[in-house]
Design a protein around this ligand. Sequence first.
Ligand code: PEP
Ligand code: MN
Length: 361
Amino acid sequence: MKLESLFPDKAFPKDQIPIIAGPCSIESRDQIRTTMRRLRESGYRVVRSGVWKPRTEPGHFEGVGEIGLQWMREAADDYGMLIGTEVCLPYQAVLALRYRCDFVWIGARTSTAPFLVDEIGKTLEGEDIAVLVKNPISPDFDLWRGAIRRLQQHGMTRLAAINRGFALGSKGLLRNIPLWYEVDRFRRELTDIPFLCDPSHISGDAALLPEVIDEACRHRYEGLFIESHYEPTTALTDAKQQITPEEIDTILPHSPLNGAAMLHRLRDAIDDIDDELISLLYQRSALTQEVGGWKESHRMELYQPTRRDEMIRDLRRRAELTGLSSDLVEELYTTIHHYSLAQQQDNKKQHEDSRDEDRPH
Ligand code: PEP
Ligand code: MN
């Protein structure tokens, strides 16, 4: 199914990937109005913005609430635009309907909660509204599918999914990891659902948007869900990843250079990890040499097969738990262990030789 079929005719710019854009959060009447006017002037008609922001930690800006919907509705009527917001609770869905939102989206922190999705679905039942479902924060595709299916059970037919990346605790360049290939497999399973890509929450940084968008285009996403603010540096939420309405067009062309730049950045990140691995291996080797010295002074055998087997078993299990290949880990550690032992034996031999030299002839 095409994303276009979820929205009325002419909702999306022609000859271009469909785009839904707007500020992360509505902050003031002037902010949403100016941003929407400039989006309209740049050729975009479908606007996203949050009025309820489920923040990870308390004490941060959590959105202006209902009044924001009123401001967005006014501007939408004035500029002829379609609007949508995130709903996290059923009463928010009621308000989204009251302000005639054309769509709502279920955020990454809500698509993890089956009862909430159910309640929101119940509230929207029988209403003419599109619903977009973001992936859950963690890569649980069953939960994502479950959320979509629950909405279908409540009669929602104008449904789409959004890949906003997954929080994998990585210290890489991207804020959330898009898992392109895993999501592609999931898309092949849900052929009735159009998929959008949210490059803003994947990249977390406006500078990385072109590369992420390039990749989304290569993976043939049916649309983009982009955060755009009239003055990104002043944004109360997600300032670093937002761009102005005028900038959207400039980052859309996907030149081969962007792909190459992404490859470069990815390789740089891999080089950093390898650096860290080398340093860790060095630290490990210093410790195993110390252990060798201890065994020597306690007249223990350097090779301890039980310890080796336990270690490999434990590492295989840890690899399984993280999704790494346990065979790879066993192979790596067999090599590492082999070299540690060789080094301990070398050290022992050197100690013995130097003791021999010290002995009076
Ligand atoms: C958003 O789109 O502004 C948002 C909060 O997204 P997510 O649920 O993906 O974090
Ligand atoms: Mn945001």
